[in-house]
Each structure stands twice: as structure tokens, then as C-alpha cells.
Ligand binder design. Structure first.
Ligand code: FES
Length: 162
């Protein structure tokens, strides 16, 4: 399930480091797998471990440390709401609860239509802008009041229907 072209992309990343430090390419290889398959499976971790000459558990530690790596399939829109302490003090949990109610799912779940996955996030480095969230690991959304959350969800849904 890891194609030759994926292995070629791994090799390009590995070539950026001294031969004895090829494990330094682990994050790049995980990102490649996720880009191509949508998530990082245990099988993919095994292949990366073999390519980089490192223990599978060491690859898994990286996958599980960063919540940008998906350990299972996620919806079209992955929503990560920051609930670390500074954000908890400024309505981060309220934003998460509001999204749970609006989407009809609990944190960690995906809507039945496969559109939204809702997750918690560690500090996004924008505590003063709380509530904050990331969409698909890229788009940062700040000051997410319930009204702004509703606009975001409705907008993403509408864009997907078009
Ligand atoms: S604690 Fe939420 S952005 Fe820092």
C-alpha cells in the first residue's frame, strides 16, 4: 500500500540528511503518507520504520505526539479546538461544546456524512485570541464566538455542496 512513488518521495527526504541520521526524515515521511492516504496507519508506520532504520515504536511516538498526524481516517474538514488552560479560561471549552451540539457529535468523532471531524488541540500559540481553532491543520481561526462558529460550519457545508 506504499507505492513506488511514495518510496521515491521518502528517498528525497532521506537524502537531505547524513546517512547515519536518516531518522531525521521521520516527520517528513509521516506527512507524505498522510498527504497521500489521509492518515497514518500502523502499516505505514512499519514501512517508515523499515525505510529509516528505526524502531516502529519510535515512529509511533512521533505520530502520537503531534496531533496534526491523523491516526485514523478523518472527515473532509478536521476541526481542532484549543482547550489548553489559557484557552479554557477564555471560552475554549465553550467553543468545543458548541461545536459538539451544532454537529451532533462528541469530541473525537466524525459526522455521519463524513464532512467534519472534531478534535481538541494543544496550545496553538494564539492564547490571546481565544477561542481559537485550526481547520485542516492549516487555517487558523481566532476569536471564535458561537456566532462565528456557526458561520464557519455553515460556510464550509455550503462550499462543499456547490
Ligand atoms: S492555550 Fe490555546 S492557543 Fe494557547
Amino acid at each position: 500500500m506504499i507505492s513506488d512513488s511514495t518510496r521515491a518521495r521518502f528517498a528525497r527526504e532521506v537524502a537531505k540528511y547524513p546517512a547515519e541520521q536518516k531518522q531525521s526524515a521521520v516527520m517528513a515521511c509521516l506527512a507524505i503518507v498522510q498527504q497521500e492516504l489521509g492518515h497514518v496507519s500502523e502499516d505505514s508506520e512499519r514501512v517508515i520504520a523499515e525505510v529509516l532504520g528505526m524502531p516502529v515504536i519510535a515512529v509511533h511516538e512521533v505520530t502520537t505526539f503531534y496531533n496534526m498526524y491523523n491516526q485514523q481516517a478523518v472527515g473532509r474538514f478536521k476541526l481542532n479546538v484549543c482547550t489548553n488552560l489559557p484557552c479554557q479560561l477564555r471560552d475554549g471549552n465553550k467553543a468545543l461544546k458548541h461545536l459538539e451540539q451544532k454537529l451532533g457529535i462528541a469530541m473525537g468523532e466524525t459526522t455521519p456524512d463524513g464532512l467534519f471531524t472534531l478534535q481538541q488541540s494543544e496550545c496553538l500559540g494564539a492564547c490571546a485570541d481565544s477561542p481559537v481553532m485550526l481547520v485542516n491543520d492549516r487555517a487558523m481561526c481566532s476569536f471564535m464566538s458561537n456566532e462565528r462558529l456557526d458561520q464557519l460550519i455553515d460556510g464550509l457545508r455550503a462550499a462543499e455542496v456547490k
